[in-house]
Design a protein around this ligand. Structure first.
Ligand SMILES: [Zn+2]
Length: 121
């Protein structure tokens, strides 16, 4: 049997870190920038493979993982819940490539079911 080519992004269960999901279309990317990351307003290209303890910008400890559906099966950025500063989890080039993957991804929020015991696994 042929495997489905459609890749469904799952919620990654990381017990210690809260994560949020978004889709490419919901990212505010300004036009006219050389790169998607610049368009997103990312100016800090330090890589944090683990969530940073504090936001590098405002020092808040409210860091969450940001999952961009269609881009990667997992957390793509660390986002500061206080100032929304994005921290890269992967290199600039890799993040840029992954973001491009999500460009055509679309989902209807109405299709989403609330999480229950049955569909969590
Ligand atoms: Zn911050």
């Amino acid at each position: 049997m042929e495997k489905s080519k459609v890749c469904v992004t799952k919620v990654v269960k990381q017990p210690d870190i809260e994560s949020e999901m978004t889709v490419y279309q919901d990212l505010v990317i300004e036009d006219g920038h050389k790169s998607l990351l610049k368009g997103l307003g990312v100016e800090d290209f330090d890589i944090h493979f683990e969530p940073p303890e504090r936001c590098v910008k405002c020092k808040s400890q409210e860091i969450a993982g940001l999952i961009v559906l269609g881009c990667l099966d997992g957390i793509l950025f660390w986002i500061c819940n206080a100032c929304e500063h994005l921290h890269l989890k992967y290199s600039k080039m890799r993040t840029e490539r992954l973001l491009k993957k999500g460009e055509g991804f679309w989902t209807n929020a109405n299709d989403w079911k609330p999480r229950t015991e049955e569909n969590t696994n």
